[in-house]
Design a protein around this ligand. Structure first.
Ligand code: ACO
Length: 338
C-alpha cells in the first residue's frame, strides 16, 4: 500500500459581470476580430467596477462548492493553499483572509504566487504534504482579480483584453492504495531570466518610495508583457514538460484521457495539440468564455470538464501550463470516485 493524493471535490466561481470584446472597444482601440483571431477570447468575467471584491472572495465562493462536493466542513481542512498573483492587499496573502471567511481560526494557510502555474505548484505542494504525512485534507485554491489592475486604455490593450477574473478550488485527500491513483507525476520548472517578459513592478520593495506619483503616471503599476517571447517559450516548453511528466509516470500520450492546459491563449493550446499530434477532443478549452484567469484557469477547467462528463472516475488527466516567472510545469492525476 502506498499513499496517494486524490481529488475529492471541485468548485468554480466566476463573477456575474460579463465583459465582451465589443465592450472593450468602448475603452480602447481594439476589435472583436483582433481579439478572437489572436487569442480565441470572446468574453471574460470581471468583478464589479466599483471594487470591493478581492481574490479571497472569489476563492471563498469556489471553495464552498468544492467543500460541499467533498462532503467536508471547513474544520476538516488540515491546510489551505492559495495560489494567486492578485492578492486582495499587498500582505497578508488571501490564504489567511479566506481562512477567516471560512470561519476558521487556527488552520494553517499557505500562499503561493507562481502565476499561471500556481495550481500546478500548489497541487505538487499538496501532494508533498500529504505523502509526508504533514497534512491529509488540503483545500487548494487558484483565484484572480485581474480587472482592477489592468490599463484599459489603448496603451494597455495588448494585456487588458486577455485577462479575466475567477476562481477554482479542489479538495485533495491522502488515501492508501495498492494501485497508482491520484497524483501520479509532477514536473515543475522556472527560469527567472525571463522575469521581465511578464511582470507588474509596483509596489516594489526595491523602490523607495515603493510607489510614486511619477511611477503611476508612467503606468508601472500595470502588467507589462512581451507576448511574442512568452508565446514562443510556451510552444517550445509545453511539449517538453509533458514528455517529462509522462516519463516519470511511465505513461504514454495515449494513456492520457484529457489534457487540461492553462488557458493563456487558444492559439498556444492549438499549437500544443498539433505538436503532440493529439485529436482535438483530447485538449480542453474554455478561454473563449473566461479569458486568462491565471492560477484559476486549470481548476475552473477541471470543474467544468467533470461537470460536462468529459472526464470522470478512472480518467487520467494531465494539467499543464506556462506563464510569468517564467514558470512552467505539468501534473498527471488519475481521478477516483467520490
Ligand atoms: N487590439 C488591437 N490591436 C492590438 C491589441 C489589441 N488588443 N494589442 C496589440 N495590438 C496591436 C499591436 O499594437 C501591434 O500593432 P503594430 O503591428 O502596429 O505595432 C499588433 O497588434 C501586433 O501586436 P503583437 O503584440 O505583436 O501581437 P501578437 O501577435 O504577439 O499577439 C498576444 C499578442 C495575443 C498577447 C500574444 O503575443 C500572446 O498570447 N502571447 C502569450 C501570452 C501568454 O501566454 N502569457 C502568459 C500567461 S499569462 C501569466 O502568466 C500571468
Amino acid at each position: 500500500m502506498m499513499k496517494y493524493t486524490v481529488i475529492r471535490g471541485t468548485g468554480r466561481y466566476l463573477p456575474p459581470r460579463v465583459v465582451t470584446n465589443d465592450d472593450m472597444t468602448r475603452w480602447m482601440d481594439t476589435s472583436d476580430e483582433w481579439i478572437r483571431q489572436r487569442t480565441g477570447i470572446e468574453q471574460r468575467h470581471w468583478v464589479p467596477a466599483e471594487g470591493g471584491v478581492g481574490s479571497s472572495d472569489l476563492g471563498l465562493a469556489a471553495s464552498q462548492i468544492a467543500l460541499e462536493e467533498a462532503g467536508w466542513k471547513p474544520e476538516d481542512i488540515d491546510l489551505i493553499i492559495f495560489a494567486t498573483l492578485s492578492p486582495d492587499i499587498f500582505f497578508p496573502g488571501p490564504g489567511c483572509l479566506m481562512q477567516h471567511k471560512l470561519g476558521l481560526d487556527a488552520t494553517p494557510a499557505l500562499d503561493i504566487r507562481q502565476q499561471c502555474t500556481g495550481f500546478l505548484y500548489g497541487l505538487t505542494t499538496a501532494d508533498a504534504y500529504i505523502r509526508s504525512n504533514l497534512a491529509n485534507r488540503i483545500l487548494l485554491v487558484g483565484a484572480e482579480v485581474h480587472s482592477t489592475g489592468l490599463d484599459i486604455s489603448t496603451r494597455g490593450r495588448d494585456v487588458a483584453v486577455i485577462f479575466g477574473d475567477g476562481a477554482g478550488a479542489v479538495c485533495v485527500e491522502g488515501i492508501e492504495s495498492d494501485e497508482p491513483v491520484g497524483v501520479l507525476a509532477s514536473a515543475l520548472h522556472a527560469n527567472g531570466r525571463y522575469a521581465e517578459s511578464l511582470s507588474v513592478e509596483l509596489g516594489a520593495s526595491r523602490n523607495n518610495p515603493r510607489i510614486s506619483k511619477e511611477a503611476i503616471e508612467e503606468g508601472r503599476h500595470y502588467p507589462k508583457m512581451d507576448g511574442k517571447t512568452i508565446f514562443k517559450l510556451a510552444v517550445q516548453k509545453l511539449p517538453e514538460v509533458v514528455g517529462e511528466a509522462l516519463a516519470k509516470a511511465e505513461l504514454a500520450v495515449e494513456d492520457i484521457d484529457l489534457f487540461i492546459p492553462h488557458q493563456a491563449n487558444l492559439r498556444i493550446n492549438q499549437f500544443f495539440q498539433q505538436a503532440m499530434k493529439l485529436p482535438e477532443d483530447k485538449v480542453f478549452h474554455n478561454i473563449q468564455r473566461y479569458g486568462n484567469t491565471t492560477a484559476a484557469s486549470i481548476p475552473i477547467a477541471l470543474d467544468e470538464a467533470l461537470e460536462m462528463g468529459v472526464i470522470g472516475s478512472g480518467s487520467t488527466v494531465m494539467f499543464l501550463g506556462l506563464g510569468a516567472g517564467l514558470t512552467w510545469g505539468a501534473v498527471i492525476t488519475k481521478l477516483v470516485s467520490e
